[in-house]
Every structure is written in C-alpha cells, then in structure tokens.
Design a protein around this ligand. Sequence first.
Ligand SMILES: *[C@@H]1O[C@H](CO)[C@@H](O)[C@H](O)[C@H]1NC(C)=O
Ligand SMILES: *[C@@H]1O[C@H](CO)[C@@H](O)[C@H](O)[C@H]1NC(C)=O
Ligand SMILES: *[C@@H]1O[C@H](CO)[C@@H](O)[C@H](O)[C@H]1NC(C)=O
Ligand SMILES: *[C@@H]1O[C@H](CO)[C@@H](O)[C@H](O)[C@H]1NC(C)=O
Ligand SMILES: *[C@@H]1O[C@H](CO)[C@@H](O)[C@H](O)[C@H]1NC(C)=O
Length: 708
Amino acid sequence: MTKSIATILELLFTFVISNEATSITKKHYIVYMGEHSYPDSNSVISSNHDLLASVTGCSIHQAKEATVHHYSKSFRGFSAILTAEQAQQLRETESIISVFESKINQLHTTHSWDFLGVDDVPQSNANTESKSDVIVGVIDSGVWPESESFNDNGLGPIPKRFKGKCVAGDQFTVENCNRKIIGARFYSKGFEQAAGPLESQEETNFRSARDSRIPSARLSIYKTCWGGCTDADNLAAFDDAISDGTVFFDDPISIGSFHAFKRGILVSTSAGNTGVATTKTAPWLLTVAASSIDREFSSNVHLGNSEILKENFINPLKMDTFHRVIFARDAAAAGVSSVNASLCNNGTLDHKLIKGKIVVCSGTGTDEVEVVRDGGGVGMILSVDPLIGLNDYSLQYAIPTTVLDTKELQALQSYVTGSKNPTARISPTTTILKATRAPKMAVFSSVGPNTVTPDIIKHDITAPGVRILAAWSPVSIKSTGGRSVDYNFNSGTSMACPHASAIAAMIKSHLPSWSPSAIKSAIMTTANAMDNTKRPILESPTDTPASPFNYGSGHVNPTAALDPGLVYEFGSNDIMNFLCGTRANATQIQMLTGTKITCKNPLIPTYNLNYPSIGVASMNGNVSVIRTVTYYGRGSATFRAFSQNPSGVKVAVTPNVLRFKKTGEKKSFRVRFMPSKTSNGSYVFGSLSWRSGLYQVRSPIALNVVSV
Ligand SMILES: *[C@@H]1O[C@H](CO)[C@@H](O)[C@H](O)[C@H]1NC(C)=O
Ligand SMILES: *[C@@H]1O[C@H](CO)[C@@H](O)[C@H](O)[C@H]1NC(C)=O
Ligand SMILES: *[C@@H]1O[C@H](CO)[C@@H](O)[C@H](O)[C@H]1NC(C)=O
Ligand SMILES: *[C@@H]1O[C@H](CO)[C@@H](O)[C@H](O)[C@H]1NC(C)=O
Ligand SMILES: *[C@@H]1O[C@H](CO)[C@@H](O)[C@H](O)[C@H]1NC(C)=O
C-alpha cells in the first residue's frame, strides 16, 4: 500500500526519489507537505525552519542556511541542501508527504492558427471584457518584453484579482511590464545550486525575467528555465502563480498543477520531446503532443545542368551565383579516411579543397556548418538519414544550407560524378501552404501508454508543434546561424502547448464559469482524429497510422471547442476517488489534497473517472465503464451513440439515446465492452461518439484485453 502511493507520487509527479546510500554529499531536495492552514507565509517559513532543525538535529541557524525555497502560499513545503541521511530522516517524519531530489528538466524547447481555423471563431460572441480578464501563467524561460507579440494595444486595466508582481532585474525594469505582460518573476536558486552561478554559464543569462533563449490574454511570466529548469524552482513558481490568481500555465509539474486544478485553474503541459513514453500523466493535466501543419518550406538545389532538387528546409540566406560542389569525403585532410571526412568533423577536411565550394556532409549538427564555413566553404548540403525526419528540423545555419533525402542525394551524386565542373546554387526558402497531408505526428513527440495510471489515455490532444513561428530572444543566436532575430521557427511539444493553452484561454473567456475539466473535455471531445485529407492521422517519418497514444483524442479544433454540446466533468472529489482507485494510501491522499477522505468501499475503478476518453488497461472478460455528460447546448437536443469497435471487442452503450430538455442537464450511460479474443499484450483502439444534428462528441477508446 505504502509502496504504491510512493510509486504513484514518484512517477505521477515526475520526481525521482533518490535511492542513493547515505553519503556526505549534499543535494538539493524538495520537502513537500501538502495543504496548510497557517495564516501567513512567515509562520510557514519559521515552522519549516523549526521542523528541519528538530528532525535533523541541526541549529535553527543551520536550518535557515540550508533552505533554498519556501513554498508557503498555495501549499506547504520547502527545498533545502541536505545529506541523503537528512533527507531520509525527513521522509520518515509524519507531517511530510514526500522528499525528493530537485532534478534539472530540459527545456521542451502564423499559419498554425489559420490551419486551426481560428478565424472562424464568431467574434460577435466574444465578450471583450471577460476575454481580456483571462490571465495565462507561463512557466518557462522568460520573455523578451519588447517583442511585438507583447504589445498591449487595446487592453484595458489589469484585472483587480491579479495579485502578482513585476519584479525588476538585469535589463528588466517594472516599465517592461505592461497591460499584456502583467507579471514577471524569476527563480534561479535551484538552477544555480545544481549548475553553478548564472554568470559562469556558457550562454548569456539575464538575472531577471528577460529571456535570453526563446515565448489575447494577459501573461504572467515565471522564469525558471536557464540552461535547464529545476523542480525546486518550478514548484516555487507554481506556489506564487496560483496565489497570484493566474489561469493557465506551460510546462508545469503535477503537485503544483493539482493545487491549481483544485482552484479552478487548468494546467496544460507539453508532453515531452523524447519520442518515448510521456511522464506528464496526471488526469488533471491537459497533456499536449506535437504535430505538423500543412505548410512546407522549400529550399531547392539548382544544379548546373538545370536540374532542380526539391527540398524542405529553412534557409533564409541568398546565394547569388552557382558554386562548385564537392562531397566532403572527396576533401579529406591528409591522413583522414574519406569515411571520417564525410561527416565534416573538425580537422577532417582539407581547406584548400573546400574553399569557395558547396560541401556535401553526412550528419545533422550545427558543428559541421562551422567547420565548412571556417574552411572557406560557401554553402552546405546535409544528407540526413530519412528516419530522423526532416520535417521536424528547424535549425538555421550561418551559410546557405539545405538538406537532401536519399533519392535526391543519388541524383546529386550522379551529376557530380558525371560532370567535369559540377556546380549548384542553393535557393532561399519559399513558403508553400496547403502543401501536404497534415497534421502528422512529430517524430520527437512522446507517446503513451500511460505507465503510471494506465486507465487514463495520454496524451490528451495534439496541436501544431513543428516549425512554428514564435517570438524569439534576439540574443539567442546559437540555432539561428549567429543572426539576431525577433522571430524564429521552432519545433517541440512546447510549441504545441501554447496553442492548447490559448484555446483553453479562449474557452474560459467565452464561458467564464467553466471548470478546468469542462474546458479540457471541450478541447478533447471536439478534436479531429482525421487529417486534412479526411484520412487517419499519420506518424512522421514512417507515414504509418498513429494511435490515441500519439495524439490522444486528436488534433485540436478551437472553433468546435467553444461549443462542444456535451462535456465530461470531474472535480477534486473525483480525483480523490481516482487516487483511491489506484490503491493509494488514504492518509497520504488526505495530506496531498488537504481534505479528510475515506476511500469508498468497494473502490471505484480508475477507468470510471469521468474522463473525456475511455481506457481500460487490464481487461479480464466483459467490463462496463460508466460516464456522465452535461448538456451545454441551447434548447432541447437528442444525442445518439455511435461506436467504432476496437478489434475483437463488441461495444454496447446503454442507453444509446440521450434526450436533453435544457442546458445544464446531466445524464449517465454505461459502455459495455465484450471481448471475443485477447489483444495479445498490446492495446486495441476504437471510439465512442454522441451525435446530434449539431454536435459530435467523440471519445477515443483504448483497451488491453488480457483475457476473455
Ligand atoms: C576515423 O575516426 C575514428 C573514430 O573517431 C578513428 O578511430 C580513426 O582513427 C579515424 N581514422 C582516420 C584514418 O582518420
Ligand atoms: C576546430 O578546432 C580548432 C583547433 O582546435 C578550433 O580553434 C576551432 O574552434 C574548432 N572549430 C569548431 C567549429 O569546433
Ligand atoms: C499510510 O501510510 C502511512 C505512512 O507510510 C502509514 O503510517 C499509515 O498507517 C498508512 N495508512 C493506511 C490507512 O494504510
Ligand atoms: C460477456 O458478454 C457476452 C455478450 O453479451 C455474453 O455472452 C457473456 O456471457 C458475458 N460473459 C460473462 C462472463 O458475463
Ligand atoms: C502475440 O504477440 C507475440 C509477441 O509479440 C507474437 O509473437 C505473436 O505472433 C502474437 N500473436 C498473435 C495471434 O497476434
């Protein structure tokens, strides 16, 4: 029992509990104590010091020295530099829920809105007052406040309920906040503890909310990401953000997001860019995957023989004349094998041979281009393994560069081999819209199944995250070929997440009374599982059909999400029943949630959380799943159930017709799954849709049939 809550907390909250044996090395730990009833921050801080001193036997003075952050506003806890032994002592203390090491998280790092059809959103409906009252909290790498993206034209006074601050710092004054950027804070203690002082880092860092790297509601900026973002700093940002009165965040952690959910704040998070299982699995998070849009960037190679090799790459640089082409393997420096030279690593090329030429290199990195440029090369053609997926590649280089796939490369090769004076010109990129089948799931986007609470399908949705134009910090020049730019293309689930957050903000502004789960349901049940050709969404680069473990309920559809017809709602009580269903220890759930709770007997199965999608991870024979929908349309309406059956499973919905007389009415139904064969260790997928004349309310189904 105890082990299962530990596992759940450990994994669900994406923190890692250190197993290391006792040692004198000190590390940065987060000590988490759940909700508190202290009257103010000061009383929390002094009792944190008392607790640390009494448990570890150190003096109050040492306790003060050891603590880094105090979490005192939205929940109680602190972070401190401790030995493994001290951490263990704290872990064994009753009032403490968990103690875990603060990890460094990697930064998950237009046309996308047209692609999403946002122009179709009826403006007449929009209540400008309430619309500008929505506050979006962004926990990321800060902001470049002068960017046009943050001008505050047309925005009224800052909402009174906002209690946040505009904190000045390095090249950031209170004047940098306006009616758009209404709050700005920064948190570097955790990062500096792990990686050393900001000033010692290789990249430029402003000791303020100003971003040296990268970001029509209000924004409150919480900068926690420097070279990375530590859990301790993220949690401090959450604690402040919730008490500041913000509404949505990016890139959060689950403890903070649970408290946010409880207070009516929806947290959307990028799913992660590892291409493997997602860690953002909590049901109160809206987990966002990344997919492409229908835009292509073509940067072609014109050959001396008039042939054109068509390529898809971002190259802003002009090349006015034709230049001689050489394969790097034919330009090896003395003593270097041609295979080694073909990679264009430093020191492998003969500068005399590449000077003034376009060099063809194998590989994908930014280092090659410097090697070619430093050796006098004027252009570069990269040959990239097609499995890496060119569509997801958005770096820019210091000299004209493009990428060729295997087929085009063969054409180039036979031209170079067959010609005495092979020449080429790399053309700058042109944009082609409606160019391609889209969305396709990005190769880097993480995938399910959810290994922590497998009855919840994750991700929840997908949104544009490949080559998205975003405001860019002009001092971040590493991936822009040394050029200072105000906007740049970027790929990643953290490009997708702002689209979802913005849609959530849009819904909140139209329907201010909606709960986080209703907003989440609206976004999920209106998402499309089909692409722009009305065929199933594919996975890049293999072009094989993707599954709900890639895209959740599908690709976001903002217009439909504003009027979903039916919603699946759940609140923090349902979350508690859900946590009970995972067989978590009731005492510990109570400490997390701050409310006294007795788990229902029998436990409610986790697949019965009123989630907008349906998953059963371990099905033995027939299983019935219960859901309740609330009608939010106008007038009366009749909905009929349609199911797309997972392979080998019959689906029966009772009742299969739902009649509503007025808005706000709730109706429950049962979905009975009757398997005729096992799914052999993997999942089978289907869907359930409630349709009326106006609406289609769709939930994906994922079942793992263990036995029949
Ligand atoms: C080629 O590279 C490998 C790996 O770096 C190295 O061990 C080898 O000595 C190199 N050979 C030549 C001829 O450059
Ligand atoms: C290549 O190596 C030289 C000599 O070690 C060094 O000065 C230069 O910066 C290196 N270039 C790149 C692109 O790493
Ligand atoms: C829950 O866990 C705590 C600490 O691990 C333990 O003291 C308590 O007895 C457990 N409670 C239940 C109801 O199992
Ligand atoms: C499962 O459902 C099928 C179809 O209704 C039925 O024939 C079968 O008896 C059920 N199995 C059990 C164990 O109830
Ligand atoms: C079941 O899975 C195993 C292991 O993946 C595979 O070898 C076998 O062919 C599968 N059987 C069926 C009937 O699909």
